[in-house]
Design a protein around this ligand. Structure first.
Ligand code: AMP
Length: 233
């Protein structure tokens, strides 16, 4: 399947003005969609997983703390995550809004985010909730490959690059994340069920949650996501 590389849409750039949250289990396709939405609106795609992996690659103290937890598929403590997110959204590129991917992951993180957005005078988030049959997830996760340079996401089964192992966008090497190996996926799905699934109920109560059938094609999901986000403008 041809990978559609989203470019900023001049009608959308500067118009988001809020946080969009992608919520759903690992492998549901949040990363791909978050990246695409962020490009269309010309805002940053803030993946806490990517930020942690960057810190690990840098070998700094934060990375050292996060590394063993991530390798076991466990959540990294809120104290680390919240500091990292607060620092990131202070940067000027976040002033027209931003797209979160993999954050918040606990109700405590969501409550903290709500407060932070209020302090920054930003509207409360739109939450896009990816609903998917757990049986599909394993294929999605174990087939996932990520570009080492630009972070673009592929799937060797459903969304392969034109040349195996090479990113269509920037020619970077495609690699499998260590925690996408089959044996690490089960604890990650467990952590999701225990810590993150309750978030859907939390945002539903607040009237912020919009469900998306994540078993559909990337193009169909992308259309639905854009509908949800533009309706909220
Ligand atoms: P992801 O790339 O979103 O699948 O995240 C990979 C791993 O990073 C997770 O399995 C967690 O160990 C850690 N992580 C990422 N985001 C968070 C978060 N918001 N809270 C706690 N841990 C996180």
């Amino acid at each position: 399947m041809e990978k559609s590389v989203a470019v900023p849409d001049s009608r959308l750039v500067g118009r988001l003005q809020r946080a969009v949250i992608f919520l759903g289990p690992p492998g549901a396709g949040k990363g791909t969609q978050a990246q695409e939405l962020a490009r269309k609106y010309g805002v940053p795609h803030l993946s806490t997983g990517d930020m942690l992996r960057e810190n690990i690659a840098l070998g700094n103290a934060l990375g050292e703390q996060a590394k063993p937890l991530m390798a076991r598929g466990e959540l990294v403590p809120d104290s680390i995550i919240l500091k990292m997110v607060a620092k990131r959204i202070e940067r000027p590129d976040c002033s027209f809004g931003f797209v979160f991917d993999g954050f918040p992951r606990t109700v405590a993180q969501a409550q903290w985010l709500g407060e932070l957005l209020r302090q920054h005078g930003l509207k409360q988030p739109v939450v896009v909730h990816f609903v998917i049959d757990p049986a599909l997830l394993m294929r999605r996760i174990t087939g996932r490959r990520m570009c080492k340079t630009g972070g673009d996401i592929y799937n060797i089964y459903d969304r392969p690059p034109k040349v195996p192992g090479i990113c269509d966008t920037d020619g970077g090497e495609l690699v499998q994340r260590p925690d996408d190996r089959e044996e690490i996926v089960a604890p990650r799905l467990e952590a999701y069920a225990k810590m993150t699934a309750p978030l859907a109920a939390y945002y539903r109560r607040l009237g912020r949650l919009e469900d998306v059938d994540a078993a559909q094609s990337v193009e169909q999901v992308s259309k639905r996501v854009l509908e949800i986000v533009s309706k909220a403008q």
